[in-house]
Design a binder for this molecule. Sequence first.
Ligand SMILES: [Zn+2]
Length: 251
Amino acid sequence: MLEIHQFPCLTDNYGFLLHDPDSGETAAIDTPDGEEYLRQAQARQWRITAIWNTHWHPDHTGGNAAIVAATGATVVAPAEVERIAPVDRIVASGDMVMLGKHEAQVMDVGGHTKGHIAYHLPVDGLAFVGDSLFALGCGRMFEGTPQQFWASLARLKSLPAETTIYCAHEYSLANARFALHADQGNDALVIYAREIEDKRERGEWTVPFPLARELATNPFLRADDPEMAAHWGGDAPHETLAALRAAKDAF
Ligand SMILES: [Zn+2]
């Protein structure tokens, strides 16, 4: 059974170490802060053997060099990461990455950046999605098109509903406020938003979360819902998504 160690990094990032006790291998999922990752691994007596980057942004790759220098870890990443750091193995949609005997499938979830990927571990029921999907939100569309981003969100929607989603930021409270504005009359959303408010008030994390809950409440995943389309406009889900994304950016 994989062990997942989660810890806050930088201002609002989460760091994740994924450890396989059988093989002794440990993957760093993104690297917002290399020194912090090394400290956290050391405290568990884990040696980081691999880095799995989701996209090129510095708060996801900035610690690669320090971790590689200290551990010799293998860097697995989408090609876009080569813009700012060396990559040992470039991966893309359909590729498989192993941690011991545990298999992670690489998914194309571009839109936030063009080459953004997610790591889905189907047998373990986990997905590390970086900045593509958040609790009640999605990443800003910096590089991709609405068509690309919608295709990515549709792929995430098609994962088994019981999949546990690990996203890279604690943005849930702000996302909940926009979601309540975007999707009025959604009872499941009202309950979820209240839970997020309570958790944040107690200083608790809202990550990870089950995909099933997002399917019912996340306005960006619901851009193909006829009611959302009627309210936000758009003849196709990507157009509704674009309207929602623009409204959130200005909210
Ligand atoms: Zn990012």
